[in-house]
Design a protein around this ligand. Structure first.
Ligand code: NAD
Length: 489
């Protein structure tokens, strides 16, 4: 059984506690590795390493930082098959999804920020005093903030881990990062890759363990100036409360309950497969999945029939099989949460139109794994708990609406505001609806077409702040105004 280690100052470090956490393969329900059960002592060691590395890394020329980060991206791309297999075994997602999308995107995170820092500019303002002949040039410096704490979830493990680490490192910060204890494996492999790429010791440190121990210690450490967190809304609230008295800079990317709005003029022929994918990709365990489908009543029956037919064709099974569409649920506990929501949906008057349980024809290897069928629920009120709380699994509800105003009101009728998609041929209408939807991203006739230059984040209880593109560059730097006076005569 593989024993993972912390990665601190480029060394493999065993936990101070001497204790280990089990790591499971969701497809088989078996324990296959152990991760450090870290605590505040390991975090303190990692923060010390990050502090020691900061002066040199923050003054390393951008071109040198860029070269090292690009080397990391190259190495990851060369080992994409190996990382994809590991990600799939650890998380339950189909290998093909990890290989074709997520691991390449993790490399793209590094490639994008490694090259972005080569082309940065800053503002400069000429200022004339109203009362004297003084003149000035005001220019803006954006400097790295020091030690960044990066805490990430289990659903897209390496992709979201690198989404935080890449811009933090590119802008000259050093990092103490914590992957989810549920999916620590590829983060562990990633440390090795950084060492091979000769990332200087202490620039990136990876500490494994439980949120309330390791995560909390990162947030509480006085030398960690900046926290970037992706995870659940209640965890985000705890982190915000712990960080506030120390005035730490915070970026919180939290939960969602995203609406998919299908208008009466939708081109269902071309849209259907993407709408189905937006519901069930990665077992519905993507914060951007559309889990509430709002359909104009003129097309409701047709949409339900076709959506359900298409959902039934999805193959649920062994994540290693090349034709698997829906893999395993990440943990037994999470599977039970999903099952409890299907039971709740029935209590709330919903009808399970498709799926609803554990798939029957699983291969022998997966008999003890954690699986759930793609599930479609109809007949629910749009404001009930099933339709407004985050399930984060392969469960969607379909609701009818009569007017576009009503669709927007339903879309906005949850505590969340992460993402939405609108499906229509009427682009003017789509623009009007997009402007009225309270979410950080709105897709029109597409889904999950991500561009690393765009701002990413949520409104309401889906988060605070934006990352991606220029927003990430600003988040991970401190802005300073330097005013240089001069006289023209
Ligand atoms: P989680 O909040 O349980 O855990 C996320 C991370 O926080 C883990 O590494 C965990 O160990 C750590 N953590 C837990 N308690 C902590 C504490 N008190 N202090 C510091 N760290 C702590 O979330 P999860 O179950 O791993 O992930 C699923 C959630 O993440 C869903 O709600 C999903 O919507 C959200 N998510 C959001 C986005 C986004 O971009 N907005 C992306 C992916 C996932």
């Amino acid at each position: 059984m593989t024993r993972l280690t912390h990665f601190i100052a480029n060394q493999d470090v065993v936990p101070a506690s001497g204790a280990w956490l089990p790591v499971y393969e969701p497809a088989t329900g078996t324990r296959y590795a152990e991760a450090p059960d870290g605590d505040a002592r390991d975090v303190a060691m990692a923060v010390d390493a990050a502090r020691a590395a900061f002066p040199a890394w923050s003054t390393t020329p951008a071109a040198t930082r860029s070269r090292i980060l690009l080397d990391i991206a190259d190495r990851l791309e060369r080992r994409v098959a190996e990382f994809a297999q590991a990600e799939s075994r650890d998380q339950g997602k189909p290998v093909a999804l990890a290989r074709d999308l997520e691991i390449p995107r993790a490399a793209a995170n590094f490639r994008y920020f490694a090259t972005k820092i080569l082309h940065e500019s800053t503002e400069c303002f000429r200022t004339d005093s109203l009362t004297s002949g003084d003149r000035a040039l005001n220019y803006v410096l954006r400097q790295p903030r020091g030690v960044v704490g990066a805490i990430s979830p289990w659903n897209l493990p390496l992709y979201l881990f690198t989404w935080k680490i890449a811009p933090a490192l590119a802008t000259g910060n050093t990092v103490v990062a914590k992957p989810s204890e549920i999916t620590p494996y590829t983060a562990w492999m990633f440390g090795e890759l950084c060492r091979e790429a000769k990332l200087p010791a202490g620039v990136l440190n990876i500490v494994h363990g439980l949120g309330p121990k390791v995560g909390q210690a990162i947030v509480a450490h006085p030398a960690v100036t900046t926290i970037t967190f992706t995870g659940g809304t209640s965890t985000g609230a705890a982190i915000a409360a712990a960080a506030a008295p120390h005035f730490k800079k915070l970026s919180l990317e939290l939960g969602g309950k995203n609406a998919t709005i299908v208008c009466e003029d939708v081109d269902l022929e071309s849209a259907l497969s993407t709408i189905v994918r937006s519901a069930f990709q990665n077992q519905g365990e993507i914060c951007l999945c559309g889990s509430r489908i709002l359909v104009h009543r003129a097309r409701l029956k047709e949409f339900c029939d076709r959506f359900i037919d298409e959902s039934r064709t999805l193959k649920v099974g062994d994540p290693t099989a090349p034709d698997t569409d829906v893999g395993a649920i990440v943990s037994r506990q999470h599977l039970e949460k999903i099952q409890s929501y299907v039971a709740l949906a029935k209590l709330e008057g919903g009808k399970v139109a498709c799926g609803g349980g554990v798939p029957r024809l699983l291969p022998e290897r997966c008999r003890n794994g954690w699986f759930h069928e793609p599930t479609v629920i109809v007949g629910l009120a749009p404001n009930c708990r099933t339709a407004t709380e985050e399930i984060f699994g392969p469960v969607v509800s379909i609701h009818g609406y009569d007017t576009h105003g009503e669709a927007v009101a339903i879309a906005n009728g949850t505590r969340y505001g992460l993402a939405a998609s609108i499906w229509t041929r009427d682009i003017d209408r789509a623009h009007r609806m997009a402007a009225k939807i309270d979410s950080g991203v709105v897709w029109i006739n597409t889904w999950m077409l991500r561009d690393l230059r765009t701002p990413f984040g949520g409104m309401k209880d889906s988060g605070v702040g934006r990352e991606g593109g220029d927003d990430a560059m600003r988040f991970f730097t401190e802005t300073k105004n330097v005013c240089v006076g001069f006289r023209e005569s």
